[in-house]
Design a protein around this ligand. Structure first.
Ligand code: UD1
Length: 431
């Protein structure tokens, strides 16, 4: 099957990564912080905003809601005074999961909100029950009308104790965004503890909110009547940082990443140390070094909610584990369908025994260049890691997935010495 010209990455592997770079601000911090800006009449300035498709689309959603924004380099000023109680256009809602994050702020500010089915990576069922149960607990009426979620709270939201069935990241953020303007106190119990929750809570507190305990499993919010604008810098992208560390280990490299938060990556750093990589860390810098003749050793891991091993790094580290000696078992416990990269890794020659959500990876297996397709953001990143360690040339399709979540991964890798270029061809992958 040949389709129209489609971009792909052409990678010639086995170049040792070395050098230093500064990582970008976090994708998963940018989206809730852009949503938080909706909660005030005043402008908010966000700094260190990654230049990724999901941010572009979120800004388009804000524009459709009557909110202007100015983008200059990695700063975005959001001017929310004209916000209306509209709904994100369905096509944009379906483009990313985080589109649903407009629900909390719109409900809090205008008393009504609606959104079509949010999209994003196809890695599991991804229900919305945590968000919806929380909105109901805060006093909203929530209905599904023709596939859209419609929530109304004509008399405003009221603080409540909300016990989450699962510590959903976007669910916790949506409820935080709704509760800051609710009357009285809200407690979110079994909250997600990801650093991105802390980042958006810090921004909201700068705007005048009263949020206590973000980053812990119970968050308390004392509702306030109104919020001002804020000037807020996003945390570094821990998944970009982790992907680069993994790529360095896979090429037996030696790199230094600046402007990072090592404390956000404890689970990954511990696994990299387990397999034999040498890590040096300071407050905002990480160095990883793996000698070219080093024999890395197998490890087992489980992808879990934070502070467990990040599910977003499960695919990239699986590619690395094909290059370590022994048997590694990788257990995915967050998303039920996040193993689509495994068949593609096998095309490089990887020895992986399917095990449902816990495949067994046997290594080290010499990888050879392959033509493969990434099916989501992190799967595409994993295939790039495999291609970097493979002998010969690979072609990686699924570039559009990668640009949703990584600002400039290919350029970063090239700066570190990888042989990677973006190419265009009508000769697309046969499925
Ligand atoms: C966020 C991240 C994503 C990351 C994920 C887990 C953003 C924009 N995306 O996604 O990169 O992989 O956290 O760290 O921040 N669930 C329910 N009911 C709900 C919501 C979720 O059962 O109402 C389940 C999901 O099906 C999944 C699990 O909870 O099995 C985790 O999902 P969740 O934490 O909500 O992930 P997202 O917030 O969508």
């Amino acid at each position: 099957m040949s389709a129209d010209a489609e971009p792909f990455f052409r990678i010639t592997g086995q170049r040792r990564l070395s050098g230093e770079l500064r990582v970008n601000g976090g994708k998963n911090a940018a989206l809730p912080c852009l949503a938080a800006a909706l909660l005030s009449d005043e402008p908010s300035r966000l700094r260190r905003v990654p230049d990724i498709e999901d941010v572009h689309r979120f800004l388009e959603i804000l524009s459709a809601l009557g909110v202007e924004s100015d983008v200059a380099a990695d700063e975005v000023v959001v001017r929310p005074s004209g916000v209306c109680s509209g709904s994100p256009p369905d096509g944009l809602a379906a483009a990313l999961r985080a589109s649903f994050l407009v629900m909390g702020p719109l409900l809090a500010r205008t008393g009504q909100a609606s959104c079509g089915a949010p999209g994003g990576d196809v890695i599991g069922a991804r229900p919305l029950d945590v968000h919806l149960a929380g909105f109901r607990a805060l006093g909203a009426d929530v209905e599904s009308i023709g596939g859209r979620t419609v929530a109304t709270a004509p008399r405003g939201l009221r603080g409540a104790t909300i016990v989450l069935d699962y510590p959903s990241v976007l669910g916790t953020e949506n409820l935080l965004l709704a509760a800051v303007l609710a009357q009285g106190q809200t407690r979110i119990v079994n909250a997600a503890m990801e650093p991105e929750i802390v980042c958006v809570a810090d921004m909201l507190n700068r705007m005048g909110a009263r949020i206590f305990g973000a980053g812990h499993n119970t968050i308390t919010i004392d509702g306030v009547e109104q919020l001002s604008g804020a000037d807020h810098e996003l945390i570094p992208d821990r998944i970009e940082t982790g992907t680069l560390l993994i790529a360095a280990a896979a090429t037996r490299g030696d790199i230094c990443l600046q402007g990072v938060r090592p404390d956000h990556l404890e689970a990954l750093l511990s696994k990299l140390a387990d397999i034999g990589a040498t890590i040096r860390r300071s407050a905002d810098q990480l160095d990883i070094a793996v000698p070219s003749d080093a024999q890395l050793m197998a490890t087992n891991l489980q992808a879990l909610p934070y502070p467990g091993f990040a599910t977003d790094l499960q695919a990239p580290i699986s590619a690395l584990l094909t290059q370590v000696a022994g048997t590694s078992i990788v257990h995915e416990r967050v998303f039920e369908n996040r193993m689509q990269h495994l068949d593609e890794l096998r095309k490089f020659g990887a020895n992986i025994i399917a095990g449902g959500a816990a495949p067994v990876i046997i290594g080290p297996t010499p990888l050879s260049g392959a033509v493969v397709r990434g099916t989501d953001i992190r799967a595409t990143a994993a295939l790039i890691v495999a291609a970097l360690s493979a002998e010969g040339q690979s072609r990686i399709f699924g570039v559009d997935h990668l640009s949703r979540g990584y600002t400039d991964l290919a350029e970063q890798l090239r700066d570190l010495g990888a042989d990677i270029e973006l190419a265009q061809s009508a000769d697309t992958l046969t499925n």
